[in-house]
Every structure is written in structure tokens, then in C-alpha cells.
Ligand binder design. Structure first.
Ligand SMILES: NC(=O)c1ccc[n+]([C@@H]2O[C@H](COP(=O)([O-])OP(=O)(O)OC[C@H]3O[C@@H](n4cnc5c(N)ncnc54)[C@H](OP(=O)(O)O)[C@@H]3O)[C@@H](O)[C@H]2O)c1
Length: 428
């Protein structure tokens, strides 16, 4: 048998301890599958004394992750600390320079520095693997890079933040407003230390940047993603959408258009009977469309100890078997710096607004939409208070630019009682 593959694991939190458990529990299985013994030689975390619920006996310890990454008895540096910069990036760079392969779950680091790190690794003849960074336990990187490599990918979509999907589906099932469900999610420990990473769409945006790079052969471009979080979604929107046969999801969409790469992470309406519409709670879903496969739907746990550690170990096993692939599916120096096209493709939109209760208000709004070239598919008034009349409009396909023009014109009239909410209706 070939010599053992030796791991150095930096970060012993949720994911790191999960990886230690799998290596210990499945030692024989991993050897049978890869033909090599997979062992942990050393680990690193901040607090050496912390009880992590798993035995670390027999492993070396390093306070400094860079020291761990460069040890002679480490073949693969497993980075599970997190953070776009700081020790994670420093140790990843040090590992590559020292001739090690890297396995990481760190979407923030790769979304921000993926291009530079991929070039560094490929020039040095090393691999960076990151299955766990996107949609947790779902093997989506592998599906895109390997299984679907014969397709021209036309669109990638995903619900990739379980916390947001939990909040949106819980709002719908409980009838509770956003703030109450946000507090519930916080009490359950579902939110990141900085909740804006979740509800602001940033975490899911990091994942989308990595998927679209592989799908379209472009440099990872997090800054080029149009991001909007779920904070402005109201229970009223959820109810009205449901009434029309839709559900609201924080949906990431990437596709190539004639004007460049369109990448969006924003709350969208999707048909309630579609796979995306039926997704409940913290589960993730990625939908990949290609010229030969039409559509592949992958669904599974997007986070948590077991699923994320499973993805890390999938990468470790690939390296143990000798599988070496470019970081983003094709050599990093051949990736295209595609311009970003913000919401270039037309779509129908859902508009909700409250109008002053005065004669001609609705006609004024309809005229503004018409002047901007936005045609109305459906319109209805619902509920009614003393002074305001809530109105719901579904448009035919229109560009975001035309819609924005209309929304701006509406604001300068004397009939608006609230700022209009506009949500894209995604064809899925
Ligand atoms: N949790 C998930 O479900 C999930 C899913 C997908 C991807 N990820 C990604 O996986 C990575 C790890 O996430 P996690 O949830 O496991 O995080 P976590 O529970 O907060 O654990 C982070 C670990 O890193 C260690 N650490 C932090 N700074 C360090 C430093 N300067 N030197 C050495 N060790 C340091 C911490 O040490 P101490 O324990 O001593 O404080 C801790 O063990 C992140 O990139 C995250 O985005 C997580």
C-alpha cells in the first residue's frame, strides 16, 4: 500500500471536530476506498485546553496555523478556521509555498481571493479543494467540475443559506413577522456572529461567486454580484406571493448574457410547485442547467457538523486517490474576466405598494408604468385602511432598468403612501 496521507487540521470548531470524528470513525472505510491510510498528524486552534468532545490524543499541536501548514509531516493542510483574510489566508499561502495541498470550507476567503490563491496553487503544482464551502454536504463543486464538464452551462441557481430559508419558511408557516422569526433563529443558534452575513445575502453571495466561476469559466467576482438580503421581506409579501402560487426565496442566480456575467443574490418569487418553491427550512438546493442535461437539481443539508465534514472528507479522498484538478475547473490563468451585467435579462416583477386613498391614484401608477414601457399582467387592491390602499401589481417581462425608472417616477407623485417593494419573479 502507498504511504499514509497525513492531514494537518487548523480549526477545531463545528467543521473541524466533525472531520476528526470521521477520520477516527471511518479509518478502515477510507483506506479501503482510497488505497491509503488517512491520518491526522497535527491540529491547531486558539484554545488548547478547550474540551471539543472528541479525543485529540496522538496528534501534534500548533498554536500557530502557519506552523501547522508548513510541518514536514503534513501532506494536506485542512483549513477550517474561516475568515476571508488573517490566519486562514496566511496559512493557506504558507501551505502552498511549502508544497502542500489545501482543503478548505472557507467560502469567504475563496470568494475574495480565489483567483490569486488558485494561480498561486496551480503555479506551484498544488491543489485547493473546497467542496464544503458551497452548499455544505451537497457535492455541487464535484457535479459542476466533473460530472457536468461536457455541458455548456446556461444557468446556475441556488438557495444556499439555510438560515434565510428557515426564516422565510417559518414566517410563512407561523404568520410571524420578520423581526420575531429573526429573534427565534438567533435563539436557536442559526445565525452567524455577524447576522448580516446570513440575512444580508453575503454568505450565499460568496457561494454563488464560486459556482459561477466554475460554471462559466470566469474569475470569481464577488464584487460583481448584485446582493440584496431578506430583511425587507414582509409577512404581507409572503402571503400575497402564496396567494398567487409563489413562494419567496433568497435565490442566487448566475448566467452569461450578451452583456456579461449576470450574478444576483436576492429575494425572488418562484413557483410554489417547483423544486425550489418546495424547499423547506434549513435545506439547500442548487439547480444547474446545461445544454445537454437541461436541468439537474441537487438538494441536501447546507451546513452543520456532519454534512460539512462529509464534504471536506470527499475532497481529502479525491486527493488521496491522486485526483488533481484546476481549482475552478480550468486553469486559473485561462479564466475570463467577464464584465458584470447587473440584472440584464428581463423578467416579470411583483410590485407591492400602498397608495393614498384618492381618486385617480391607481390610474397614475398604471400610466407611469406604461410610460416606462412596463406592461401590467395582473393588478389588484387588497385590504384597505382609512388613508391607504395596498396595491399589488405583477408585470409582464421587463428590464430592471425600465422598472427602476418607473419606481423613481412613482416616488415623485403625490399618491404614494409607502415605498414600493419590487421582487423579481424567477422562471425556474
Ligand atoms: N458550520 C458550518 O455549518 C459550515 C458550513 C459550511 C462552511 N463552513 C465554513 O467552515 C469554516 C469553519 O466553520 P466552523 O463553523 O467550524 O467555525 P467555528 O465553529 O467558529 O470554528 C472555528 C475554529 O477555528 C479556530 N480558530 C479561529 N481562529 C484561529 C486562529 N487564529 N488560529 C487557530 N485556530 C483558530 C477556533 O479555535 P477555538 O475553538 O480554540 O476558538 C475554532 O476551533 C468557516 O470557513 C465556515 O465558513 C461552516
Amino acid at each position: 500500500m502507498t504511504k499514509p496521507l497525513r492531514l494537518g487540521i487548523a480549526g477545531l470548531g463545528t467543521v473541524g471536530t466533525g472531520v476528526v470524528k470521521i477520520v477516527r470513525r471511518h479509518a478502515d472505510l477510507l483506506t479501503a476506498r482510497t488505497g491509503r491510510k488517512i491520518e491526522i498528524t497535527a491540529v491547531s486552534a486558539r484554545d488548547r485546553a478547550k474540551d471539543r468532545g472528541v479525543s485529540l490524543r496522538g496528534y501534534g499541536w500548533e498554536d500557530d496555523p502557519v506552523a501547522l501548514a508548513t510541518r514536514d509531516d503534513v501532506d494536506i493542510f485542512v483549513e477550517l478556521m474561516g475568515g476571508p483574510d488573517g490566519p486562514a489566508k496566511a496559512a493557506t499561502e504558507a501551505a502552498i509555498a511549502a508544497g502542500k495541498d489545501v482543503v478548505t470550507a472557507n467560502k469567504a476567503m475563496l470568494a475574495m481571493h480565489g483567483q490569486a490563491l488558485a494561480e498561486l496553487a496551480e503555479n506551484a503544482g498544488q491543489s485547493i479543494r473546497y467542496e464544503a464551502a458551497v452548499a455544505g454536504g451537497i457535492p455541487v463543486i464535484k457535479a459542476l467540475t466533473e460530472g457536468l464538464a461536457g455541458n455548456e452551462i446556461t444557468r446556475v441557481m441556488g438557495v444556499m443559506n439555510g438560515t434565510c430559508n428557515y426564516i422565510l419558511t417559518r414566517m410563512e408557516s407561523s404568520g410571524l413577522p420578520y423581526d420575531d422569526v429573526f429573534r427565534e433563529a438567533d435563539a436557536l443558534g442559526y445565525l452567524e456572529a455577524d447576522p448580516n452575513l446570513d440575512v444580508g445575502g453575503i454568505d450565499a453571495g460568496h457561494k454563488l461567486a464560486l459556482l459561477s466561476s466554475i460554471a462559466f469559466g470566469t474569475r470569481p467576482d464577488f464584487a460583481g454580484i448584485e446582493i440584496e438580503g431578506i430583511q425587507r421581506v414582509t409577512i404581507d409579501d409572503i402571503r400575497q406571493a402564496a396567494d398567487m402560487g409563489y413562494r419567496i426565496k433568497l435565490l442566487g442566480v448566475a448566467q452569461r448574457t450578451a452583456r456579461g456575467l449576470e450574478q444576483r443574490m436576492q429575494p425572488c418569487l418562484v413557483p410554489a410547485d417547483s423544486p425550489l418553491g418546495q424547499l423547506e427550512g434549513g435545506t439547500n438546493m442548487v439547480v444547474i442547467e446545461g445544454d445537454s442535461i437541461e436541468q439537474v437539481v441537487l438538494r441536501g443539508p447546507g451546513a452543520g457538523e456532519g454534512p460539512t465534514a462529509s464534504a471536506v472528507m470527499g475532497d481529502v479522498c479525491d486527493l488521496a486517490r491522486g485526483l488533481r484538478l484546476p481549482v475552478f475547473g480550468q486553469p486559473a490563468d485561462s479564466l475570463d474576466a467577464a464584465p458584470s451585467a447587473i440584472a440584464g435579462l428581463p423578467a416579470p416583477y411583483y410590485l407591492r405598494m400602498a397608495l393614498q386613498d384618492k381618486p385617480g391614484a391607481l390610474a397614475k401608477i398604471a400610466a407611469i408604468l406604461g410610460d416606462a414601457g412596463v406592461s401590467i399582467d395582473r393588478m389588484r387592491q387588497y385590504g384597505h385602511s382609512e388613508s391607504a390602499a395596498p396595491v399589488l401589481i405583477v408585470t409582464h417581462k421587463t428590464t430592471r432598468a425600465a422598472l427602476d425608472k418607473a419606481l423613481e417616477a412613482m416616488q415623485s407623485t403625490d399618491v404614494m403612501a409607502s415605498t414600493p417593494v419590487a421582487l423579481r419573479i424567477e422562471t425556474v
